[in-house]
Each structure stands twice: as structure tokens, then as C-alpha cells.
Design a protein around this ligand. Structure first.
Ligand code: SIN
Length: 292
């Protein structure tokens, strides 16, 4: 690995450890993810617990809470500590617009999120993050893991020359692409969003830079020719997918809740358990407009 990439990893992995009073925080990898114990999400958090969960979220980007039994109302109350709830863009009539059922079984022909992506980046204000509570795992007892990748480190590991090229660019994100790339058209009731965001944005809470393009939604970089845009985006997607060092892998157990920061993490829900079933509920939180 090049020295500039090693330096980026060293900066991240030698940060001083934050002490916690009310939580136990066990890192999943040195660069992304932590398992949190010491809180019960079916109860209101104390102010100290809330402060520490927020600190752990900004430090680790993906938080895993095991053996949790929140009702849908508890789940929404926990999410609302981070901001207004983000309604689903295609709510099922008669269902709670803030709860997205994540479900796959023998009748599924595809599953949500089976590829590297961030959620809803074609929106002018993509979500802050999502909380997914898995209540049923495949009956084989394995499969259906979710991978997460750190977009701060994905940016930091690039060469200085590549960073300075990307720093000046924007990218168009098109909400129709997930359908168009499969030869389908978006549902008529979907008000298709399309937004232009910087390729490199700053995290609104920490100010740290990160890579903000993803294969399902990003159509092109308008400052480049079509072939240059395809080559640069393709290189970045390969970098994310083929650098395991950027990633952690969450192996679900029933009643695990995972909270990820959609502003600086991409995720990939692995569909390796067909014909078995997996089920859960996801609540998302409103985000803000991404800025360079
Ligand atoms: C998603 O939100 O993309 C689905 C995540 C998952 O099912 O693990």
C-alpha cells in the first residue's frame, strides 16, 4: 500500500480512545463500527446515555445494539433523538410512513440494498442515518449479513493528486437510476428526485471530508466527458468495494438493531440466504443538504 494511504489509516487508528461512563463500546474493526452494550432501547435514555451514544455514533459511524426489543414506538423515539423522522419515499398505503418493512423470502426476486450504496442520495437532503431492527434471520442461522464501508477513509486513502481533482467536482444523483439500470421504469406515484452534490463533502457534525458518490444513484460528473466520468466513478466504486480495510461486516442475530450514519457510510445488504426469510423494520432520520 502507498505511504499516503498508510498514513491515512495510521491517523485514524491511533486516535485517542474516548472514555464512556454509561456504555461499553467494543469496536468491530479499528476503522468502522462498534457494538454497544449497557442500554435498553425499549426505555428512554438518560441524558448521559444519549450524549455518549451520540459521541460513539460520530466516532464509529455504525453502532450495533444486540438483544433489543423496542416496539415500533420505542424505535421511533430512539431515532427522534437524532432529528425529525424521514418518511419513506414510497410508503405502502395504510402503513406508518416512518417505518419501512425490510423483508425477503422465497417469493422475493430482489432485496433492498443488495449492492454498495448510500440511501436516497438523489434527494436534495439525503437522510442522516437509518436504524434497522432485524427480528427474523434466515432459519439456517447464517446469511443476510450487512457490510458497511467508511467513506471518510475511502477519501483519505486516495493520492493527493486524485483528492485535488475530486475536490473541485460535483456529481448528479438520479432517483430513477435504480430502476433504469435494470431496464425498468420508476413507479408512477414516485416523485423522482434528482440532485447535484459535491463529489467530496464535509460531514455536517465533524467537518471531516468524505467521498459522496455511489453506484445506484450517481449518474455522472458533469465537469468531465462521459468516458472520463465513467472511468473516475468506476475507479472510486472499485476502491470502495475492493478495499476490505474500509469495511466492517455485521452478522445479525434476531433482535439486533443497527444504526448507521448515511452521511459517511455506504452499506451492502448481502442476499445470500435465498429461499430463506429475513425480516426487520427500518426508521430513518432527516438529513441536511451536503456541502463541500
Ligand atoms: C438497506 O437499508 O439498504 C437494507 C439493509 C439491510 O437489509 O441490511
Amino acid at each position: 500500500m502507498e505511504q499516503f494511504a498508510l498514513d491515512a489509516v495510521e491517523r485514524l487508528t491511533t486516535r485517542p480512545k474516548v472514555p464512556y461512563e454509561t456504555l461499553a463500546v467494543e469496536q468491530l474493526t479499528p476503522v468502522i463500527g462498534a457494538q454497544i452494550t449497557g442500554i435498553d432501547l425499549s426505555r428512554e435514555l438518560t441524558p448521559r446515555q444519549e450524549k455518549e451514544v451520540k459521541e460513539a455514533f460520530l466516532a464509529h459511524h455504525v453502532l450495533v445494539f444486540r438483544d433489543q426489543h423496542p416496539t415500533p414506538e420505542d424505535h421511533k423515539r430512539f431515532a427522534a433523538l437524532f432529528g425529525p423522522l424521514h418518511p419513506d419515499s414510497l410508503p405502502v398505503e395504510g402503513s406508518d410512513p416512518y417505518i419501512l418493512e425490510i423483508s425477503a423470502d422465497k417469493n422475493s426476486r430482489d432485496v433492498a440494498g443488495n449492492g454498495w450504496h448510500a440511501d436516497g442520495t438523489a434527494d436534495p437532503e439525503p437522510s442522516l442515518g437509518s436504524m434497522l431492527h432485524i427480528t427474523r434471520i434466515p432459519e439456517t442461522g447464517s446469511g443476510g449479513d450487512t457490510l458497511f464501508a467508511n467513506m471518510h477513509l475511502a477519501y483519505d486513502m486516495l493520492s493527493p493528486a486524485m483528492k485535488s481533482l475530486l475536490d473541485g467536482l460535483t456529481a448528479v444523483h438520479d432517483g430513477a437510476r435504480p430502476w433504469l439500470t435494470q431496464g425498468l421504469t420508476p413507479p408512477a406515484e414516485y416523485d423522482v428526485p434528482r440532485s447535484e452534490h459535491p463529489v467530496v463533502v464535509r460531514h455536517p457534525d465533524t467537518g471531516r471530508k468524505l467521498l459522496f458518490v455511489n453506484a445506484p444513484y450517481t449518474s455522472h460528473i458533469p465537469q468531465l466527458s462521459r468516458s472520463e466520468s465513467e472511468a473516475v466513478l468506476g475507479m472510486l466504486y472499485e476502491h470502495i468495494a475492493r478495499t476490505p480495510l474500509l469495511q466492517c461486516r455485521v452478522r445479525w442475530q434476531e433482535n439486533t438493531l443497527v444504526f448507521w450514519d448515511n452521511r459517511c457510510v455506504q452499506h451492502h445488504a448481502v442476499w445470500d440466504y435465498y429461499p430463506h426469510a429475513r425480516h426487520g423494520r427500518r426508521v430513518a432520520i432527516d438529513g441536511t443538504k451536503p456541502h463541500a
